[in-house]
Design a protein around this ligand. Structure first.
Ligand SMILES: [Mn+2]
Length: 494
């Protein structure tokens, strides 16, 4: 009888066992792709495993980590949450969810999950350490908010006595001339940086103070006109990859009045030469204010800099006070640039709602950390999607917008197309929305692991037709990406 019952029940059981097995095989396949850092394929096969067996927390948790690696923090958060719904004792799920929330700047939510882990595993030293680290950030944020609301925030500039800052005789590096950036200074500074040397803190402060002064006078949407014979080079994310930035200048020429550039945000974080990148870019902005342009990215913000390395890098190479000044300068970076009234450039993309006009962009008060929603947030954070309409962002911030959204925005504002950055692309660029939405990304082999090409765009005044140029990564000194990132971020990504 017992035998018969087993046979009777086995059809269902057998089917389930087979499904379990095939889901496990898909997971193995995904794990292998993950090990090879092919996260897109890893996500694909974890998703197939989830389709076959939707009740295994591990599949969601693993996919969550793959989403974390591809910066899809919204999806990562959703998967971690799902894993915990299935198994609330699944410790990894709490870590994944905490990391996703950290990446999104939601430190209090992250703290709650670390707290849970510590409760369940009171003897786990690693969990305790992460809890304490996260708690430190939450307290620091609360403190910062408290001072921020205390009258108007004072500028670091007011507490610096630049005139009386002395440059010691031992320093043999480049110096500004009468407080001004010259082309000789730029050449010398680039060479100095190439040798992994630091410029004197006085020089760094001088650049920052001048940059703040210059950027604060610009509108939130910069408007330029290229003459028939003129051309501009547009670059996407550089993310602290200083040696790749120099490679762009080698290939395409140094910035000059006859060789204008626009760098479309995300200059810092991840790459461990962010200071070198940003001081070089600010230096050129000061040298050629009318033909060298910079726009803000979502990484020119305090939350991102705290997690992804720039704050740590400035503190390691200089001081916390200097980071504060960087933060002030970043807040003055313009948010968009319109070329010949026809091409609009921004870091992220278009808006969560229809009807936003160029006049609305001009009127944005940008001197602040970006809010969680609204036009300023969208310009820095949104992404295009292939299907019409809008959907929830894979990143967990702003939205994704479809070709119809782009079409309507362009028509209402009499524009031809948009150029944006913000997403790594295998070819360094991507043309979508029937040619009306172009992505350009200039950090090749992003984070030393994505194997992507970098690209830049030439745009001529005569026809405004984008011409793409691709390049591959060059070697850099042995300092790994994320070397200065917050320890929670580094470990969370393991
Ligand atoms: Mn970005």
């Amino acid at each position: 009888m017992a035998h018969g019952a087993a046979v009777h029940g086995s059809k269902e059981e057998k089917k389930m066992a087979e499904e379990d097995k095939s889901a496990e095989l898909l997971k193995e396949k995904a794990n292998n792709y993950f090990k090879e850092k092919d996260y897109d394929n890893a996500i694909k096969y974890y998703s197939e495993a989830v389709d076959v067996n939707p009740s295994n927390a591990v599949y969601y948790s693993n996919r969550s980590l793959a989403y974390l690696r591809t910066e899809c923090y919204g999806y990562a958060l959703a998967d971690a949450t799902k894993a915990l719904e299935i198994d609330k004792n699944y410790i990894k799920g709490y870590y994944r969810r905490a990391t996703s929330n950290m990446a999104l700047g939601k430190f209090k939510a992250a703290l709650k999950d670390y707290e849970t882990v510590v409760k369940v595993r009171p003897n786990d030293k690693d969990a305790k350490m992460k809890y304490q680290e996260c708690n430190k950030i939450v307290k620091q944020k609360a403190f910062e908010r408290a001072i921020a609301s205390d009258e108007t925030k004072k500028s670091v500039v007011d507490s610096l006595d630049i005139e009386n800052m002395t440059i010691e005789d031992e320093y043999t590096g480049p110096k500004l001339e009468d407080g001004k950036v010259t082309s000789q200074f730029m050449k010398d500074m680039v060479e100095w940086f190439k040798d992994q040397k630091k410029i004197h803190r006085k020089c760094a402060y001088q650049i920052l103070i001048e940059a703040k002064d210059l950027l604060s006078k610009l509108p939130s949407m910069v408007e330029i006109t290229l003459k028939e014979t003129e051309m501009i080079t547009i670059c996407g994310d550089t993310h602290g990859q200083f040696y790749d930035l120099l490679h762009i200048f080698n290939l395409n020429g140094l910035p000059s009045p006859t060789n204008p550039y626009l760098f479309n945000g995300d200059f810092v974080d991840r790459g461990s030469f962010s200071l070198e990148v940003i001081l070089t870019l600010f230096g050129f902005k000061l040298l050629y204010p009318d033909c060298f342009y910079l726009l803000r990215g979502n990484h020119e913000t305090d939350n991102m800099n705290q997690m992804y390395g720039f704050e740590g890098e400035v503190k390691a190479k200089y001081t916390a006070q200097m980071f504060q000044l960087f933060s002030e300068v970043f807040q003055w970076l313009p948010l968009a640039q319109c070329i010949n009234g026809k091409v609009l450039v921004m870091h992220g993309g278009l808006f969560s709602e229809d009807g936003v006009t160029l006049e609305d962009i001009r009127r944005i008060e940008r001197n602040r950390q970006p809010p969680d929603s609204g036009p300023m947030c969208d310009l820095l954070w949104s992404d295009p999607q292939p299907q019409n309409g809008r959907s929830v962002s894979k990143r967990g911030v702003s939205c994704q917008f479809g070709p119809d959204v782009t079409e309507r925005f362009l028509a209402e504002n009499k524009l031809d197309f948009i150029i944006r950055s913000h997403e790594v692309k295998p070819e360094g660029y991507e043309v979508t929305h029937s040619g009306k939405c172009i992505t350009v990304f200039s950090a090749p082999n992003y984070c030393d692991q994505m194997a992507n090409k970098g690209a830049y765009i030439h745009l001529r005044g005569s026809d405004l037709k984008p011409e793409f140029h691709q390049f591959t990564a060059v070697a850099h000194p042995n300092v790994k990406p994320m070397a200065y990132a917050n320890s929670l971020m580094q470990m969370g990504m393991m």
